[in-house]
Design a binder for this molecule. Structure first.
Ligand code: ZN
Length: 336
């Protein structure tokens, strides 16, 4: 789920998003309304003390070491595993890993897979690791494969969307990012000095987006958030500037063999964004500093699994992500 705000020309606009980016909408003069609300103490954005209070409420709920790092270790026989930094909050506990095919060849095209940009979106982390374990080797003669399976491990352990500073990484893939998760990731990928041909960024859209994370966003920014229905099913977010429709279709067709695709609503939308083709919406990935656009790939897709559906299981969600990367990679192979 992607969300945020930015300001231009003395206006504030909000981007309401599911785990894929949701359509932005302009609210001219909203700034004035906000000031009015602040004057009446209806909504006041968090200051540093508020963010610290939020941080102090967070607790560790699961183990990055046991559930993620152990799986990374298992991949070392087939891939190179590099530690590209660690999170300042606890460097021992949160090393950051990049996994890549053993023989990176600049003549090959390079596929990047990312998971855990939002740490709570579990099947993205496990899906990236499962693709490497079960499927990636068949492609390593043809493509360079690079994977960062858990970009935001503190958020993985605390089941959070934000990092420890209450920053959403998936609006923060910019140079000198305030989110160290993004800063370290970008430095690591750029240091490979290799063009990213295709990028799969693996996410979930969850019920807690509406029940936990958007209410928290409302409090943090002091801005009322609209509510929309969480779509029941898998969908993709492509790039408005470079939609690559056939590529997206190949991903959807692969995933539908594993799980159901989110239908458009009565207005032809998913999370408020017009559906471009079944299960696919587009968003301005680069302009909004989203992970899927940060390396300016020729092909990019952001996957959105709905893990709270009555029709799926945890395993099914992981397999959906594997199928997404598999279907997209087979498409890329077919057009070489
Ligand atoms: Zn997400």
């Amino acid at each position: 789920m992607i969300e945020g705000k930015s300001s231009e020309h003395n206006e504030i606009y909000f981007v309401k998003v599911g785990c894929g980016p949701k359509k932005g909408f302009m609210e001219p003069c909203f700034l004035c309304k906000l000031f009015t609300m602040n004057n009446t103490n209806i909504l006041t954005p968090w200051n540093a003390a508020d963010k610290l209070a939020w941080f102090n409420e967070q607790t560790i709920k699961r183990s990055y070491k046991n559930e993620v790092v152990s799986k990374i270790d298992d991949l070392k026989k087939d891939f190179k595993v590099e530690e590209y930094g660690s999170l300042k909050i606890n460097p021992e506990r949160y090393p950051l890993y990049l996994i890549k095919s053993k023989n990176i060849d600049p003549k090959k095209k390079t596929i990047l897979i990312t998971g855990g940009v939002h740490g709570y979106e579990t099947s993205g982390v496990y899906g990236a690791l499962a693709f490497l374990k079960d499927e990636a080797k068949k492609f390593t003669d043809i493509f360079n494969i690079i994977c960062v399976p858990c970009v935001s491990p503190w958020a993985y352990e605390t089941i959070n969307r934000w990092n420890a500073l209450a920053i959403d990484p998936n609006r923060s893939f910019i140079p000198n990012s305030p989110a160290e998760e993004c800063r370290l990731f970008l430095t690591a990928i750029h240091s490979l000095n290799i063009k990213i041909y295709a990028h799969f960024d693996l996410h979930e859209t969850t019920d807690t987006d509406n029940s936990v994370f958007r209410p928290a966003l409302e409090k943090r920014d002091g801005i009322i958030q609209e509510v929309w229905d969480i779509p029941d099913g898998f969908y993709l977010v492509g790039d408005t500037e470079n939609p690559q429709k056939e590529f997206q279709k190949a991903v959807i067709d692969s995933v539908r063999r594993i799980t159901h695709i989110a239908p458009a609503d009565n207005e032809g939308m998913i999370i408020g964004v017009p559906v471009e083709q079944e299960g696919v919406i587009n968003y301005e990935l680069k302009k909004l500093s989203l992970c899927g656009g940060c390396m300016d790939p020729e092909f990019s897709t952001t996957t959105e699994v709905y893990p709270d559906s009555a029709k799926v299981t945890t395993e099914n969600c992981v397999k959906a992500h594997v199928a997404a990367v598999l279907g997209g990679t087979e498409f890329l192979l077919s057009i070489l």
